[in-house]
Design a protein around this ligand. Structure first.
Ligand SMILES: [Zn+2]
Length: 211
């Protein structure tokens, strides 16, 4: 299956009226009049993006702080695209912050692009993620396509950071639940490691019996 957003969000008539009445430039994005539009857009895109960040593909959290509405072409440079549904996708706050307002266009544009050719990174509405990036072990990103979209996305969104994030998460989990971590280690261990771990378990049991 193609990994891109099947169709952009379609604003309601009411939302379009609000946009028309209250949007002048990108700074208006923060206006609370658009809260309803944002909330509906998030609900719609969560489903279409399988609740995953459009850049790192990690699961998006359900708290509002754990999901960002990402302007693929930065709204600070192209304020006319601030409410263009094709320019909007969901990302994790980490990817959004890393990408910031970096340029993503090969050449400047006047109208919104109709396809991904002029865009340096994987465009969630135009490009098939699977053709551009392969993720190994959940956090190692490999650029695949000749156009270099995969590599540029990895660079611009600093996806190499996810390896560290995963390591920290595993460490935190191990501290929270040593048994769970032991089970996980057993599951992924080689034959020799399994024997070592089994010896460790016997040792732990003996220790606790002696106490
Ligand atoms: Zn992300």
């Amino acid at each position: 299956m193609v990994d891109k957003i099947s169709a952009p969000y379609v604003p309601t008539c009411e939302e379009l009226k609000t946009i028309k009445a209250h949007f002048k430039d990108d700074k208006d994005w923060k206006n609370e009049k658009f809260d309803g539009f944002k909330s509906n857009l998030i609900t719609d895109l969560r489903l279409k993006q399988d609740n995953k960040c459009c850049y790192c593909k990690w699961e998006l959290g359900y708290d509002i702080k754990n999901v960002d509405i990402e302007h693929i072409i930065p709204k600070s440079k192209y304020s006319q695209f601030t409410f263009n549904p094709k320019n909007l996708a969901l990302s994790c706050p980490g990817c959004n912050t890393s990408k910031s307002f970096k340029n993503v266009l090969h050449k400047p544009v006047k109208l919104y692009p109709r396809g991904g050719t002029n865009i340096m990174i994987v465009h969630a509405h135009f490009d098939d993620y699977k053709e551009c990036i392969e993720i190994h072990d959940g956090a190692i990103y490999e650029g695949l396509d000749d156009a270099g979209k995969g590599c540029d996305t990895i660079k611009i969104c600093k996806l190499h950071r996810m390896k560290k994030v995963l390591k920290k998460m595993r460490k935190a989990n191990a501290q929270k639940s040593p048994v769970k971590s032991l089970v996980e280690s057993l599951r992924t261990a080689t034959k020799e490691e399994q024997q070592e771990l089994a010896d460790l378990v016997v040792q732990l049991i003996n220790n606790s019996a002696g106490n």
